[in-house]
Ligand binder design. Structure first.
Ligand code: EZ4
Ligand code: CO
Length: 403
């Protein structure tokens, strides 16, 4: 039995902040887990260091399910993003260890490959429609089969998803939260034109996606979904905040545009009604924020009963360790839909050397034992943590709104 002998948290900032858990065993192998919670990183680092790690020492590293249940039920305080991110980090690291000891990539332990690779989508964003389409064309040339389109909206100073950077979008910036502004009316008028022009320019062989980022009411979302029906979106994401799962009934009554939700979910309970009532088509919960591979498999199994497929969150604030875990998971489940893929910066990739690769629009986790990701701790130590917040958002009259 491989015993856990030590565990520690590594906080580093190769281009952006990442929190990584490293678990060591008496058999000489170690495992890595991503524990990054954008804008609240140190809360998870403390949760792990001060409260979780002392409970891990001496345990059997093979007992993944038991340790998961121990941390979930044993905390007494269940769920929540900080708790579930910490549990996810432990879970990922233990799967990594199990794979290394078995001499197999994690997807083999999960049942083996159920497909050639995981279809991914990239982010095309521009200050206007022409620039957004140009970016999307670059993705097509690189072999992508799916692209998310976000464009600056005329009359709005800032728009979610749009940055000056080519191929990157990094919203966590300020040492205090940046303030952005929102106008539903301007946005709603503009988006159908974006997709009409995109279809004219890009054709119909590419999947197009769009993220509303929690900005609409259910009835507004119903209308936008209906207005976008002619352009056959792959999905409309986070159309309305989802604390009230029943809100999606209203959207569903008005549109056949497929709906995706759940990047901020941290447990199966956040999605239970959405899945059981078939109110969504894609569940976006991801490995790092929703309790690890162990819990996400449970979510996917429930979703599969209702023909809901996965579409895991995969922005740059999810580290390469999470990206690898998501690919092992996605490759192995029956109801994989798509995986978000925002490429990491060169600094990030250098700190986290990895076996996963991209080819013809699909990603594969590679065949190294475990997750196939390492951390260069010497390099990591050169990048000091710096506080960075996600923006806040206000309506034009100053009312605090959803970012
Ligand atoms: O706002 O990852 O679909 N992707 C997104 C992201 C999220 C950030 C939050 O940390 O919505 O841009
Ligand atoms: Co999103």
């Amino acid at each position: 039995m491989p015993r856990i002998t030590a565990a520690r948290v590594i906080v580093t900032r190769p281009g952006r902040n990442f929190v990584t858990l490293k678990i060591e065993t008496d058999e000489g192998v170690y495992g890595l887990g991503d524990a990054t919670l954008n804008g609240r990183e140190l809360a998870v680092a403390s949760y792990l260091t001060d409260h979780v790690i002392p409970c891990l020492i001496g345990r059997d590293a093979h007992s993944i399910e038991d340790i998961w249940q121990y941390l979930y039920k044993g905390a007494y305080w269940r769920r929540g993003p900080v708790t579930m991110t910490a549990i996810a980090a432990v879970d990922m690291a233990l799967w990594d260890i199990k794979g290394k000891l078995a001499g197999m990539p994690v997807y083999q332990l999960l049942g083996g490959a159920a497909r050639e690779g995981c279809m991914v989508y990239g982010h095309a964003n521009g200050s206007d429609i022409a620039e957004t389409i140009e970016r999307a064309q670059e993705y097509l040339e690189q072999g992508y089969r799916a692209v998310r389109l976000q464009s600056g909206v005329p009359g709005m100073a800032t728009t979610y998803g749009v940055s000056g950077e080519r191929f990157y979008y990094e919203p966590a910036k300020g040492s205090l939260p940046e303030e952005s502004q929102w106008s539903t009316a301007k946005y709603m008028r503009f988006v159908p034109e974006l997709f009409q022009k995109a279809r004219d320019a890009l054709g119909w062989d590419i999947h197009l996606l769009h993220d509303v980022h929690h900005r609409l009411t259910p009835i507004e979302a119903g209308r936008l979904g209906r207005d976008l029906e002619p352009y056959r979106l792959f999905w409309l994401e986070d159309a309305t905040p989802a604390e009230n799962q029943a809100a999606f009934r209203l959207i569903r009554q008005h549109t056949t545009t497929p709906l995706a939700v759940g990047e901020i979910f941290n447990s199966i309970w956040d999605a239970k009604q959405l899945i059981e009532e078939q109110l969504i088509d894609y569940i976006r919960a991801t490995v790092v924020h929703a309790g690890g591979i162990t819990h996400l498999r449970r979510v996917a199994a429930l979703a599969d009963l209702y023909q809901v497929r996965t579409g895991c969150h995969g922005a740059t604030d999810l580290s390469p360790v999470c990206m690898a875990a998501a690919l092992h998971f996605g490759l192995s489940i029956p109801n994989f839909g798509i995986q978000e893929y925002m490429r990491h910066s060169e600094e990030t990739d250098a700190v986290f050397p990895h076996a996963y690769s991209f080819e013809r629009g699909l990603m594969h986790p590679g065949d190294k034992p475990g997750l196939g990701v390492d951390i260069d701790e010497v390099l990591a130590a050169k990048y000091e943590y710096k506080r960075a917040y996600l923006p806040v958002n206000r309506l034009e009259d100053g009312t605090m709104f959803n970012w």
